[in-house]
Design a protein around this ligand. Sequence first.
Ligand code: MUC
Length: 96
Amino acid sequence: MLFHIRMDVNLPSTMPPEQSAQLKADEKAMFQGLQASGKWRHIWRIAGHYANISVFDVASVEELHATLSALPLFPYMTIAIAPLCRHPSSLHEDDR
Ligand SMILES: O=C(O)C[C@H]1C=CC(=O)O1
């Protein structure tokens, strides 16, 4: 199942720099594992924002929730999700 996801990260300005650096390092490590596994299929930075547009490929809504809520930055994210299905006019057979 494919999901289009926007994640906006809102770290408190009062957070100590060492804590935010550790959170970002932990997030990057988890992200790269999920990318390597194919579950986090795409990611783009939204220009001008501490936010990304991503495409997740997971087996279920439950897996999506478990994956997102395990991210180190999850407590500081606003997340918007849209489920995706293949467009009938698409030339790409792997759009699913
Ligand atoms: O930077 C972000 O957009 C937040 C998050 C997503 C992947 C990652 O490494 O950090």
